[in-house]
Ligand binder design. Structure first.
Ligand code: GLN
Length: 485
Protein backbone atom coordinates (compact mmCIF):
# COMPACT_ATOMS: atom_id res chain seq x y z
CA UNK A 1 0.00 0.00 0.00
CA UNK A 2 1.37 3.41 -0.93
CA UNK A 3 0.43 5.38 2.15
CA UNK A 4 1.26 8.73 0.65
CA UNK A 5 -1.33 8.29 -2.09
CA UNK A 6 -4.18 7.99 0.42
CA UNK A 7 -6.39 10.80 1.65
CA UNK A 8 -6.20 12.04 5.24
CA UNK A 9 -9.53 10.45 6.11
CA UNK A 10 -8.37 7.10 4.73
CA UNK A 11 -5.16 7.35 6.79
CA UNK A 12 -7.20 8.27 9.83
CA UNK A 13 -9.25 5.06 9.49
CA UNK A 14 -6.13 2.92 9.09
CA UNK A 15 -4.51 4.48 12.15
CA UNK A 16 -7.69 4.09 14.20
CA UNK A 17 -7.90 0.40 13.26
CA UNK A 18 -4.22 0.06 14.19
CA UNK A 19 -3.44 -1.19 10.70
CA UNK A 20 -0.60 1.30 10.36
CA UNK A 21 1.52 3.19 12.83
CA UNK A 22 1.70 6.94 12.84
CA UNK A 23 5.46 6.67 12.42
CA UNK A 24 5.04 4.57 9.26
CA UNK A 25 2.75 7.20 7.78
CA UNK A 26 5.12 10.03 8.67
CA UNK A 27 8.08 8.13 7.23
CA UNK A 28 6.22 7.45 4.00
CA UNK A 29 5.72 11.18 3.53
CA UNK A 30 9.26 12.09 4.53
CA UNK A 31 10.61 9.57 2.01
CA UNK A 32 8.33 10.99 -0.65
CA UNK A 33 9.56 14.52 0.02
CA UNK A 34 13.16 13.32 -0.13
CA UNK A 35 12.63 11.55 -3.42
CA UNK A 36 10.45 14.05 -5.25
CA UNK A 37 10.90 17.53 -3.85
CA UNK A 38 13.89 18.24 -6.09
CA UNK A 39 11.32 18.28 -8.86
CA UNK A 40 8.41 20.12 -7.21
CA UNK A 41 10.28 22.55 -4.95
CA UNK A 42 7.31 22.51 -2.57
CA UNK A 43 9.28 22.36 0.70
CA UNK A 44 11.49 25.05 2.16
CA UNK A 45 12.06 23.06 5.33
CA UNK A 46 11.47 19.38 6.01
CA UNK A 47 10.82 18.86 9.74
CA UNK A 48 12.06 15.27 9.74
CA UNK A 49 13.27 14.94 13.30
CA UNK A 50 10.39 16.86 14.85
CA UNK A 51 7.80 14.88 12.86
CA UNK A 52 9.31 11.48 13.69
CA UNK A 53 9.56 12.34 17.40
CA UNK A 54 5.96 13.50 17.45
CA UNK A 55 4.83 10.31 15.66
CA UNK A 56 6.54 8.15 18.26
CA UNK A 57 4.71 9.95 21.05
CA UNK A 58 1.39 9.45 19.33
CA UNK A 59 2.11 5.75 18.69
CA UNK A 60 2.82 5.41 22.38
CA UNK A 61 -0.54 6.96 23.19
CA UNK A 62 -2.23 4.52 20.82
CA UNK A 63 -0.39 1.55 22.34
CA UNK A 64 -1.90 2.56 25.70
CA UNK A 65 -5.30 2.43 24.02
CA UNK A 66 -5.75 6.18 24.24
CA UNK A 67 -7.76 7.61 21.38
CA UNK A 68 -6.15 10.20 19.20
CA UNK A 69 -7.87 13.50 18.41
CA UNK A 70 -9.33 14.54 15.05
CA UNK A 71 -6.11 14.64 13.01
CA UNK A 72 -4.87 11.35 14.54
CA UNK A 73 -1.22 11.54 13.49
CA UNK A 74 -1.73 12.85 9.98
CA UNK A 75 1.10 15.01 8.57
CA UNK A 76 0.28 18.60 7.71
CA UNK A 77 2.52 20.91 5.64
CA UNK A 78 2.56 24.57 6.62
CA UNK A 79 3.08 27.63 4.42
CA UNK A 80 6.24 29.43 5.46
CA UNK A 81 4.39 32.50 6.75
CA UNK A 82 2.61 30.67 9.60
CA UNK A 83 4.58 30.45 12.85
CA UNK A 84 5.59 27.04 14.21
CA UNK A 85 7.71 27.05 17.38
CA UNK A 86 11.39 26.48 16.64
CA UNK A 87 10.96 26.35 12.88
CA UNK A 88 11.96 28.92 10.28
CA UNK A 89 9.29 31.35 9.14
CA UNK A 90 10.90 33.08 6.18
CA UNK A 91 7.84 34.06 4.12
CA UNK A 92 10.22 33.02 1.30
CA UNK A 93 12.09 36.29 1.83
CA UNK A 94 15.77 36.92 2.36
CA UNK A 95 14.86 39.49 4.97
CA UNK A 96 13.67 36.72 7.31
CA UNK A 97 16.51 34.30 6.63
CA UNK A 98 17.71 32.84 9.92
CA UNK A 99 14.58 33.85 11.85
CA UNK A 100 12.89 31.12 13.90
CA UNK A 101 9.41 31.43 15.40
CA UNK A 102 9.41 31.60 19.21
CA UNK A 103 5.74 30.52 19.38
CA UNK A 104 2.96 28.69 17.55
CA UNK A 105 0.32 30.47 15.53
CA UNK A 106 -3.18 29.81 16.90
CA UNK A 107 -3.94 27.48 13.97
CA UNK A 108 -0.78 25.49 14.73
CA UNK A 109 -1.74 25.16 18.41
CA UNK A 110 -5.05 23.77 17.21
CA UNK A 111 -3.46 21.34 14.76
CA UNK A 112 -1.11 20.08 17.47
CA UNK A 113 -4.01 19.69 19.92
CA UNK A 114 -5.82 17.68 17.26
CA UNK A 115 -2.75 15.39 17.03
CA UNK A 116 -1.71 16.58 13.58
CA UNK A 117 1.98 16.31 12.76
CA UNK A 118 3.80 19.30 11.32
CA UNK A 119 5.92 17.89 8.50
CA UNK A 120 7.57 21.07 7.25
CA UNK A 121 7.39 24.60 5.92
CA UNK A 122 6.27 25.17 2.36
CA UNK A 123 7.38 27.36 -0.50
CA UNK A 124 5.46 30.49 -1.44
CA UNK A 125 5.70 33.85 -3.16
CA UNK A 126 7.67 36.28 -1.01
CA UNK A 127 5.32 37.63 1.70
CA UNK A 128 2.45 35.95 -0.20
CA UNK A 129 2.67 38.47 -3.04
CA UNK A 130 2.20 36.70 -6.33
CA UNK A 131 0.27 34.06 -8.25
CA UNK A 132 2.98 31.65 -9.38
CA UNK A 133 5.47 31.13 -6.51
CA UNK A 134 8.10 32.58 -8.87
CA UNK A 135 8.56 35.39 -6.33
CA UNK A 136 10.05 32.99 -3.79
CA UNK A 137 13.51 34.31 -2.92
CA UNK A 138 14.80 30.76 -2.49
CA UNK A 139 13.65 28.42 -5.23
CA UNK A 140 11.12 27.73 -7.92
CA UNK A 141 8.13 25.54 -7.21
CA UNK A 142 6.75 23.48 -10.06
CA UNK A 143 3.33 22.10 -10.94
CA UNK A 144 3.25 18.31 -10.40
CA UNK A 145 1.05 17.90 -13.51
CA UNK A 146 3.65 19.50 -15.75
CA UNK A 147 6.98 20.53 -14.32
CA UNK A 148 7.42 23.25 -16.94
CA UNK A 149 4.43 25.11 -15.51
CA UNK A 150 3.85 27.04 -12.29
CA UNK A 151 1.84 25.60 -9.38
CA UNK A 152 0.09 28.94 -8.93
CA UNK A 153 0.56 31.12 -5.90
CA UNK A 154 1.13 32.46 -3.50
CA UNK A 155 0.58 29.16 -1.63
CA UNK A 156 2.13 27.22 -4.53
CA UNK A 157 4.18 24.98 -2.24
CA UNK A 158 1.08 24.06 -0.22
CA UNK A 159 -0.87 23.06 -3.34
CA UNK A 160 2.05 21.26 -5.02
CA UNK A 161 2.86 19.32 -1.83
CA UNK A 162 -0.67 17.87 -1.70
CA UNK A 163 -0.86 17.27 -5.46
CA UNK A 164 2.52 15.48 -5.43
CA UNK A 165 1.56 13.37 -2.36
CA UNK A 166 4.29 14.98 -0.23
CA UNK A 167 1.69 15.89 2.41
CA UNK A 168 -1.93 14.75 2.72
CA UNK A 169 -3.01 18.13 4.09
CA UNK A 170 -1.56 21.62 4.10
CA UNK A 171 -2.25 25.16 5.21
CA UNK A 172 -1.93 28.23 3.05
CA UNK A 173 -3.06 31.83 3.27
CA UNK A 174 -5.45 33.57 0.92
CA UNK A 175 -5.45 37.36 0.61
CA UNK A 176 -6.65 37.55 -3.00
CA UNK A 177 -6.84 33.94 -4.15
CA UNK A 178 -3.64 32.38 -2.87
CA UNK A 179 -5.29 29.17 -1.69
CA UNK A 180 -7.93 28.73 -4.40
CA UNK A 181 -5.86 29.63 -7.46
CA UNK A 182 -2.97 27.21 -6.70
CA UNK A 183 -5.52 24.54 -5.68
CA UNK A 184 -7.15 25.00 -9.07
CA UNK A 185 -3.88 24.90 -11.01
CA UNK A 186 -2.63 21.80 -9.12
CA UNK A 187 -5.91 19.84 -9.19
CA UNK A 188 -6.56 19.75 -5.44
CA UNK A 189 -9.25 21.16 -3.14
CA UNK A 190 -8.61 24.52 -1.43
CA UNK A 191 -10.82 26.58 0.85
CA UNK A 192 -10.65 30.23 1.86
CA UNK A 193 -12.89 30.62 4.90
CA UNK A 194 -14.98 33.70 5.72
CA UNK A 195 -12.89 36.62 6.99
CA UNK A 196 -13.03 36.13 10.76
CA UNK A 197 -13.65 32.38 10.71
CA UNK A 198 -10.02 31.44 11.35
CA UNK A 199 -7.51 33.23 13.57
CA UNK A 200 -4.63 35.12 11.99
CA UNK A 201 -2.59 35.32 15.15
CA UNK A 202 0.93 34.10 14.46
CA UNK A 203 0.45 34.45 10.71
CA UNK A 204 2.67 37.08 9.07
CA UNK A 205 0.33 39.86 7.95
CA UNK A 206 0.12 40.95 4.31
CA UNK A 207 -3.27 42.66 3.89
CA UNK A 208 -4.80 42.46 7.34
CA UNK A 209 -8.42 43.11 6.27
CA UNK A 210 -8.16 40.45 3.54
CA UNK A 211 -5.89 37.67 4.87
CA UNK A 212 -7.35 34.31 5.91
CA UNK A 213 -5.66 30.99 6.57
CA UNK A 214 -6.99 28.34 4.19
CA UNK A 215 -6.84 24.57 3.85
CA UNK A 216 -5.75 22.12 1.14
CA UNK A 217 -6.61 18.44 0.70
CA UNK A 218 -6.96 15.85 -2.04
CA UNK A 219 -10.72 15.85 -1.58
CA UNK A 220 -13.51 17.84 0.03
CA UNK A 221 -13.73 15.60 3.10
CA UNK A 222 -10.03 16.21 3.86
CA UNK A 223 -10.40 19.93 3.40
CA UNK A 224 -13.42 19.93 5.75
CA UNK A 225 -11.51 17.86 8.33
CA UNK A 226 -8.63 20.35 8.50
CA UNK A 227 -10.92 23.39 8.41
CA UNK A 228 -12.91 21.98 11.33
CA UNK A 229 -9.70 21.84 13.37
CA UNK A 230 -8.59 25.42 12.79
CA UNK A 231 -11.90 27.34 12.70
CA UNK A 232 -13.24 29.37 15.59
CA UNK A 233 -12.80 32.37 17.81
CA UNK A 234 -9.41 33.36 19.21
CA UNK A 235 -8.97 36.05 21.85
CA UNK A 236 -5.63 36.98 20.26
CA UNK A 237 -7.29 37.95 16.97
CA UNK A 238 -10.14 40.38 17.61
CA UNK A 239 -11.42 39.99 14.04
CA UNK A 240 -12.37 36.36 14.69
CA UNK A 241 -16.13 35.98 15.09
CA UNK A 242 -17.93 34.58 18.09
CA UNK A 243 -20.14 32.45 15.89
CA UNK A 244 -20.39 28.67 16.46
CA UNK A 245 -18.52 26.50 13.96
CA UNK A 246 -20.82 24.07 12.14
CA UNK A 247 -20.08 20.39 12.05
CA UNK A 248 -18.72 20.21 8.52
CA UNK A 249 -18.91 16.43 8.30
CA UNK A 250 -22.71 16.75 8.37
CA UNK A 251 -22.51 18.86 5.21
CA UNK A 252 -20.87 16.13 3.15
CA UNK A 253 -24.13 15.19 1.38
CA UNK A 254 -24.74 14.47 -2.24
CA UNK A 255 -28.26 15.85 -2.42
CA UNK A 256 -28.59 19.47 -3.51
CA UNK A 257 -32.39 19.65 -3.56
CA UNK A 258 -33.58 23.09 -2.49
CA UNK A 259 -30.19 24.71 -3.11
CA UNK A 260 -30.20 27.75 -5.37
CA UNK A 261 -27.02 28.37 -7.29
CA UNK A 262 -26.24 31.59 -9.14
CA UNK A 263 -23.98 31.85 -12.18
CA UNK A 264 -22.52 35.38 -12.39
CA UNK A 265 -22.38 36.41 -16.04
CA UNK A 266 -19.48 38.79 -15.35
CA UNK A 267 -17.24 35.80 -14.57
CA UNK A 268 -17.66 34.27 -18.03
CA UNK A 269 -16.53 37.17 -20.21
CA UNK A 270 -13.49 37.54 -22.48
CA UNK A 271 -10.16 36.44 -21.06
CA UNK A 272 -11.65 33.09 -20.00
CA UNK A 273 -9.93 30.12 -21.63
CA UNK A 274 -12.23 27.95 -23.79
CA UNK A 275 -11.14 24.74 -22.11
CA UNK A 276 -11.78 26.20 -18.66
CA UNK A 277 -15.19 27.52 -19.71
CA UNK A 278 -16.19 24.10 -21.05
CA UNK A 279 -15.14 22.25 -17.91
CA UNK A 280 -17.00 24.71 -15.69
CA UNK A 281 -20.15 24.55 -17.82
CA UNK A 282 -20.10 20.74 -17.59
CA UNK A 283 -19.68 21.02 -13.82
CA UNK A 284 -22.72 23.28 -13.54
CA UNK A 285 -24.79 20.61 -15.31
CA UNK A 286 -23.72 18.08 -12.69
CA UNK A 287 -24.90 20.39 -9.90
CA UNK A 288 -28.27 20.64 -11.63
CA UNK A 289 -28.48 16.86 -11.98
CA UNK A 290 -27.85 16.59 -8.24
CA UNK A 291 -30.94 18.67 -7.51
CA UNK A 292 -29.73 22.29 -7.43
CA UNK A 293 -31.72 25.04 -9.04
CA UNK A 294 -29.29 26.93 -11.27
CA UNK A 295 -29.99 30.45 -12.51
CA UNK A 296 -27.95 33.36 -13.87
CA UNK A 297 -27.08 36.17 -11.48
CA UNK A 298 -25.10 39.39 -11.67
CA UNK A 299 -22.23 40.87 -9.70
CA UNK A 300 -21.78 44.06 -11.75
CA UNK A 301 -19.10 45.58 -9.53
CA UNK A 302 -16.90 42.51 -9.26
CA UNK A 303 -14.88 43.72 -12.23
CA UNK A 304 -13.58 46.57 -10.05
CA UNK A 305 -12.46 44.06 -7.44
CA UNK A 306 -8.95 43.74 -8.79
CA UNK A 307 -8.32 47.52 -8.87
CA UNK A 308 -9.70 48.02 -5.36
CA UNK A 309 -7.74 45.01 -4.13
CA UNK A 310 -4.38 46.26 -5.36
CA UNK A 311 -4.90 49.62 -3.66
CA UNK A 312 -6.08 48.13 -0.34
CA UNK A 313 -3.66 45.17 -0.22
CA UNK A 314 -0.63 47.34 -1.07
CA UNK A 315 -1.65 50.02 1.44
CA UNK A 316 -1.94 47.44 4.20
CA UNK A 317 1.25 45.67 3.13
CA UNK A 318 3.27 48.89 3.18
CA UNK A 319 2.24 49.39 6.78
CA UNK A 320 2.57 45.73 7.86
CA UNK A 321 6.01 45.31 6.31
CA UNK A 322 7.42 48.38 8.08
CA UNK A 323 8.35 46.09 10.99
CA UNK A 324 11.03 44.36 8.88
CA UNK A 325 13.68 46.97 9.50
CA UNK A 326 16.89 45.05 10.09
CA UNK A 327 16.64 45.63 13.82
CA UNK A 328 14.14 43.14 15.13
CA UNK A 329 14.11 40.17 12.81
CA UNK A 330 16.25 38.39 10.24
CA UNK A 331 18.65 40.08 7.87
CA UNK A 332 20.74 43.08 8.91
CA UNK A 333 23.13 44.83 6.53
CA UNK A 334 26.85 44.59 7.21
CA UNK A 335 28.78 47.66 8.40
CA UNK A 336 26.00 50.27 8.45
CA UNK A 337 27.00 53.94 8.85
CA UNK A 338 24.13 54.81 11.20
CA UNK A 339 20.61 53.66 12.14
CA UNK A 340 19.00 55.09 8.97
CA UNK A 341 21.57 53.17 6.97
CA UNK A 342 20.53 49.95 8.77
CA UNK A 343 16.92 50.41 7.71
CA UNK A 344 17.73 51.54 4.22
CA UNK A 345 20.27 48.88 3.32
CA UNK A 346 18.69 45.98 5.21
CA UNK A 347 15.37 46.55 3.45
CA UNK A 348 16.98 47.16 0.06
CA UNK A 349 18.99 43.94 0.33
CA UNK A 350 16.29 41.87 2.03
CA UNK A 351 13.14 42.49 -0.03
CA UNK A 352 12.61 41.28 -3.58
CA UNK A 353 11.29 43.39 -6.48
CA UNK A 354 7.58 42.57 -6.18
CA UNK A 355 7.56 43.32 -2.46
CA UNK A 356 9.35 46.63 -3.05
CA UNK A 357 6.88 47.51 -5.81
CA UNK A 358 3.96 46.95 -3.45
CA UNK A 359 5.50 48.85 -0.54
CA UNK A 360 6.03 51.83 -2.86
CA UNK A 361 2.52 51.61 -4.34
CA UNK A 362 1.01 51.26 -0.87
CA UNK A 363 2.96 54.19 0.53
CA UNK A 364 1.87 56.29 -2.44
CA UNK A 365 -1.87 55.53 -2.12
CA UNK A 366 -1.75 56.30 1.61
CA UNK A 367 0.20 59.55 1.23
CA UNK A 368 -1.58 62.77 2.23
CA UNK A 369 -2.17 64.07 -1.30
CA UNK A 370 -3.48 60.80 -2.75
CA UNK A 371 -5.29 59.14 0.16
CA UNK A 372 -8.76 60.32 -0.88
CA UNK A 373 -8.23 59.68 -4.58
CA UNK A 374 -7.00 56.10 -4.16
CA UNK A 375 -7.30 54.54 -0.72
CA UNK A 376 -10.59 56.11 0.35
CA UNK A 377 -12.10 55.48 -3.07
CA UNK A 378 -11.00 51.84 -2.97
CA UNK A 379 -12.74 51.43 0.40
CA UNK A 380 -15.94 52.81 -1.11
CA UNK A 381 -15.69 50.40 -4.03
CA UNK A 382 -15.12 47.63 -1.51
CA UNK A 383 -18.40 48.49 0.22
CA UNK A 384 -20.28 48.39 -3.06
CA UNK A 385 -18.77 45.00 -3.93
CA UNK A 386 -19.86 43.69 -0.52
CA UNK A 387 -23.38 44.94 -1.17
CA UNK A 388 -23.37 43.16 -4.53
CA UNK A 389 -22.62 39.85 -2.83
CA UNK A 390 -25.13 40.49 -0.02
CA UNK A 391 -27.85 41.18 -2.58
CA UNK A 392 -27.10 37.98 -4.52
CA UNK A 393 -26.99 35.89 -1.33
CA UNK A 394 -30.52 37.03 -0.46
CA UNK A 395 -31.65 34.93 -3.40
CA UNK A 396 -28.94 32.26 -3.79
CA UNK A 397 -27.17 29.77 -1.51
CA UNK A 398 -24.02 29.71 -3.58
CA UNK A 399 -22.35 31.29 -6.60
CA UNK A 400 -20.34 29.17 -9.03
CA UNK A 401 -17.57 30.32 -11.38
CA UNK A 402 -14.17 29.28 -12.70
CA UNK A 403 -11.47 29.69 -10.05
CA UNK A 404 -8.92 31.07 -12.48
CA UNK A 405 -9.35 32.12 -16.13
CA UNK A 406 -6.62 29.76 -17.37
CA UNK A 407 -4.88 26.56 -16.39
CA UNK A 408 -1.28 26.56 -15.16
CA UNK A 409 0.95 28.80 -17.26
CA UNK A 410 4.58 28.23 -18.23
CA UNK A 411 7.31 29.18 -15.80
CA UNK A 412 8.59 32.62 -16.81
CA UNK A 413 5.61 33.38 -19.09
CA UNK A 414 4.07 36.09 -16.91
CA UNK A 415 7.06 37.05 -14.81
CA UNK A 416 7.61 40.32 -16.68
CA UNK A 417 3.96 40.90 -17.58
CA UNK A 418 2.69 42.05 -14.20
CA UNK A 419 -0.86 42.73 -15.38
CA UNK A 420 -1.25 39.25 -16.87
CA UNK A 421 -0.04 37.85 -13.54
CA UNK A 422 -2.50 39.98 -11.55
CA UNK A 423 -5.32 38.91 -13.89
CA UNK A 424 -4.99 35.26 -12.86
CA UNK A 425 -6.83 36.26 -9.67
CA UNK A 426 -9.67 38.13 -11.33
CA UNK A 427 -12.35 35.68 -10.08
CA UNK A 428 -10.87 35.08 -6.64
CA UNK A 429 -10.04 38.63 -5.51
CA UNK A 430 -13.65 39.97 -5.23
CA UNK A 431 -14.31 37.20 -2.70
CA UNK A 432 -11.58 38.53 -0.37
CA UNK A 433 -12.67 42.11 -0.92
CA UNK A 434 -16.18 41.13 0.27
CA UNK A 435 -14.87 38.76 2.98
CA UNK A 436 -17.09 35.81 1.97
CA UNK A 437 -15.86 32.18 1.86
CA UNK A 438 -15.06 30.19 -1.29
CA UNK A 439 -13.71 26.79 -2.24
CA UNK A 440 -12.00 25.48 -5.36
CA UNK A 441 -12.60 21.87 -6.43
CA UNK A 442 -11.04 20.05 -9.39
CA UNK A 443 -13.51 19.96 -12.32
CA UNK A 444 -11.58 18.44 -15.20
CA UNK A 445 -8.65 19.13 -17.47
CA UNK A 446 -7.80 21.39 -20.35
CA UNK A 447 -4.76 20.44 -22.44
CA UNK A 448 -3.73 17.98 -19.77
CA UNK A 449 -3.78 20.53 -16.94
CA UNK A 450 -6.30 20.70 -14.08
CA UNK A 451 -9.22 23.15 -14.03
CA UNK A 452 -10.82 24.39 -10.81
CA UNK A 453 -14.45 25.20 -10.04
CA UNK A 454 -14.97 28.02 -7.56
CA UNK A 455 -17.99 27.87 -5.25
CA UNK A 456 -18.63 31.07 -3.29
CA UNK A 457 -20.88 31.19 -0.22
CA UNK A 458 -22.51 33.68 2.12
CA UNK A 459 -20.71 34.81 5.29
CA UNK A 460 -19.97 31.86 7.62
CA UNK A 461 -21.73 29.40 5.31
CA UNK A 462 -18.69 27.16 4.83
CA UNK A 463 -21.11 24.27 5.43
CA UNK A 464 -22.96 25.11 2.19
CA UNK A 465 -19.66 25.21 0.29
CA UNK A 466 -18.69 21.77 1.57
CA UNK A 467 -22.13 20.46 0.64
CA UNK A 468 -22.05 21.75 -2.95
CA UNK A 469 -18.38 20.84 -3.45
CA UNK A 470 -18.85 17.34 -2.04
CA UNK A 471 -21.95 16.73 -4.11
CA UNK A 472 -20.07 17.68 -7.27
CA UNK A 473 -16.97 15.71 -6.34
CA UNK A 474 -18.89 12.52 -5.55
CA UNK A 475 -20.46 12.59 -9.01
CA UNK A 476 -17.12 12.94 -10.78
CA UNK A 477 -13.76 11.22 -10.85
CA UNK A 478 -11.34 14.16 -10.84
CA UNK A 479 -10.42 13.99 -7.17
CA UNK A 480 -9.17 10.42 -7.61
CA UNK A 481 -6.64 11.36 -10.25
CA UNK A 482 -3.04 11.83 -9.25
CA UNK A 483 -0.22 13.50 -11.14
CA UNK A 484 2.22 10.92 -12.51
CA UNK A 485 5.52 11.87 -10.92
N1 GLN B 1 -1.99 36.92 -6.26
C1 GLN B 1 -2.53 37.92 -5.39
C2 GLN B 1 -1.46 38.91 -5.03
O1 GLN B 1 -0.43 38.82 -5.59
C3 GLN B 1 -3.10 37.27 -4.16
C4 GLN B 1 -2.06 36.88 -3.19
C5 GLN B 1 -2.61 36.22 -1.98
O2 GLN B 1 -3.75 35.83 -1.91
N2 GLN B 1 -1.77 36.14 -0.98
O3 GLN B 1 -1.63 39.76 -4.21
Amino acid sequence: MELNKLTAHQLKDLIAKKEVKVEEVTKAYIDRVKSIDDKTGAFLYLAEEEAINHSKLLDEKISKNENLNALSGIPVGIKDNISVTGMQNTCASKILLGYKSPYDAHVIEKIKKADGIIIGKLNMDEFAMGSSTENSAFKLARNPWNLETVPGGSSGGSAAAVAACEAPLSLGTDTGGSVRQPASLCGVVGLKPTYGRVSRSGVVAFGSTLDQVGTFGKDVEDCALLTQCIAGMDSKDFTTADIPVDNYKDSLQKDLKGKKIGIPKEFFKEGLDDGVRKAVEEAIKVLEENGAEVKPCSLPLAEYGLSAYYVIACAEASSNLARFDGIRYGHRTKDPKDSIDIYFKSRSEGFGDEVKRRIMLGTYVLSAGYYDAYYKKALKVRNLIKQDFQRVFKEFDAIVSPTSPTTAFKIGERKEDILAMYLSDIYTVPVNVAGVPAISVPCGFSNGLPVGLQIIGDYFKEDTLFNVAYSYEQSTKWHNMLADL
